[in-house]
Design a protein around this ligand. Structure first.
Ligand code: GMT
Length: 380
């Protein structure tokens, strides 16, 4: 198949899923064309089946806000037409689904039919998309997609709850490449961070409000009163300065380190004993899955799709959003030497259920279903 993938090229979860999906499809022999505004972070190597098309943005003094959606739709038209794509798969509804709708209509006038699949990732539904400034366009463009997928049952239910969607949504969860995300031998790294054999707690995110990173620090403070433990905070984003302020006020500030954005996050996860994800909303929790693949158990909130990933009492524990007391209690239980090896083993076994080789065929099957469905509608 010739597949066009539209996504955000940054560190965000939707961009990571889209890029990894495209790479995996290319390795299977499909031709994959990425269409976005800059080279996706993980697309930094050559593969004969991978192509990258940059959206041209024209600067013009009249534009207070550059019309990216228009430029993206124009680029989609160009790539579909000249590369003869079979299908367009857009990740994150805003503004990708509406740009795809415009492109589809333009191509239709030229007698080119291009089926569009929209994958809903999370905040496009639970946060941003529900805002009245976006909602009508989001509802319309999701309904106009030929196929819709969501990354968890919870996100599918939320979509039906908050938007008037008249089409079936297929749930295809996030996946993990266990060749890349696995526990690596990094003993020297662990010794450097935890010289006295302390336990290591890790959190990775884009430091947005919805991640509640302050709860990670509060849990850590409580833990540190009980046991020798260190905290690594990986990633960057709008809340980082506030979180640094909270850490500076904390008596255990010297036991906390901010690492910023890291490409090789699996190296840090390889030496971690516990991953904390206290998010207010989390449609799936890809960062937690990455941790589990590296044998790191997870204490998370029970928001969104997290209970579909983290199994309470097996791969970790779930607490109510904001309940740092309960999170601390569960963290202490996991970090207890007599429990830790079992939780680590269980975390990996749960991660294996989301292995790339299991989820990739679900996408390919869905592409075929949508192609079949649309070709029969066109010929009818
Ligand atoms: O908030 C993020 O982590 C970024 C966001 C995105 O769309 O880029 O991630 C969402 O999509 C990921 C991949 O499907 C999911 O694993 C994350 O749970 C989801 N984030 C939220 O729902 C907050």
């Amino acid at each position: 198949m010739k597949i066009g993938i539209v996504c955000y090229p940054t560190f965000g979860g939707s961009g990571v899923v889209a890029t990894e999906l495209g790479i995996a499809l290319a390795k299977e022999g499909h031709q994959v064309h990425f269409i976005t505004y800059s080279q996706p972070t993980r697309l930094d190597f050559f593969n004969e089946n991978l192509f990258y098309h940059e959206v041209d943005m024209m600067a013009y003094p009249l534009f207070q806000y550059a019309p990216y959606e228009t430029a993206l739709a124009s680029k989609m038209v160009d790539v579909v037409k000249y590369e003869k794509l079979d299908i367009l798969h857009v990740h994150y509804a805003i503004p990708h689904a509406s740009a795809a709708f415009i492109a589809k209509q333009i191509l239709k006038q030229q007698n080119i039919e291009i089926p569009v699949i929209t994958t809903l990732h999370g905040t496009d539904i639970t946060l941003v998309g529900r805002d009245p400034s976006f909602e009508p366009v989001v509802t319309f463009s999701i309904n106009q997609s030929d196929g819709i997928t969501a990354v968890s049952e919870d996100l599918k239910n939320d979509t039906h709850k908050h938007f008037d969607i008249n089409k079936e949504i297929r749930v295809i969860p996030n996946f993990i490449d266990l060749e890349r995300f696995k526990k690596l031998e990094k003993a020297h790294f662990k010794t450097a961070i935890c010289p006295n054999g302390e336990k290591l707690v890790v959190h990775t995110s884009n430091f947005r409000k919805v991640k509640r990173v302050e709860d990670v620090v509060y849990v850590f403070q409580k833990l540190r009163k009980e046991i020798p433990v260190k905290l690594l905070l990986v990633g960057d984003g709008p809340e980082r300065t506030k979180i640094e302020g909270i850490c500076r006020e904390c008596a255990y500030c010297d036991d906390i380190r901010f690492l910023g954005k890291l490409e090789a996050v699996e190296e840090v996860l390889s030496v971690a004993d516990l991953f904390v994800m206290p998010s207010e909303k989390e449609s799936f929790g890809l960062a937690a899955l990455e941790a589990m693949a590296c044998e790191v158990p997870v204490v998370s909130s029970n928001a969104g799709g997290l209970p579909e990933l983290n199994i309470h009492g097996f791969s970790g524990y779930l607490s109510n959003v904001g309940d740092v007391e309960s999170m601390t209690k569960f963290a202490l239980e996991i970090l207890d030497d007599k429990n830790l090896p079992t939780f680590k083993k269980n975390a990996l076994s749960r991660a294996k259920e989301f292995e790339l080789s299991k989820i990739l065929p679900e996408y390919v099957r869905y592409y075929k279903d949508v192609l079949e469905q649309t070709s029969s509608t066109v010929s009818a």
